[in-house]
Design a protein around this ligand. Sequence first.
Ligand code: SF4
Length: 194
Amino acid sequence: MQYPTGAGQFTFIARKTIIRECEVYTESEKIRRQRGLILTLLRKKAPESEEIKALCDRYQAPVVDRFVVDQGKCILCGLCVKACGELSVGAISTVNRGVIKEIATPFHEPSSVCVGCGSCAYVCPTGAIEMEETESTRTIWGKTFSLIHCARCDKILGTREELETAARRAGREPEVLCEDCRRKQMAEVFRYKK
Ligand code: SF4
């Protein structure tokens, strides 16, 4: 983002405390050009990501031959590691350094602590984490989990491990109903009481 500093510089304004009224430009010509350049580099890093391709088109990212093209879709933003650490169990991390840095489970083996919640895949901005789902299973990071369905409407609730972990943390039994059916059930109890 850009704000008129007088020197024509860019600033990550979201990280600054606003102490007086100011104008912030998020789509100026200069910003769009800079975004295009950053996207050029991200396309080299993750040439298979449809999301990055779409952004490159939107910001008319220049095509340059200078850099070595990487493979895959990951841009190493680290959001998946953060999401797993904060929302789930910390099953993945960045491994190696420099050009061979990547996100992985320990020793590239199916993780013993991963609960298959899918938070890492949902938060990934470039669709780099593969998650496959059938009616009864979810496969992610090389591990296949059984899916539990809502006892009333059959909607997918999550994996067995995910529900058990959430229940253990909350000190209660694992959920058997989805949020809608829970609300309906509570409303029925309330109506019956009246
Ligand atoms: S699916 Fe596994 S690795 Fe991904 S956030 Fe959930 S626990 Fe972590």
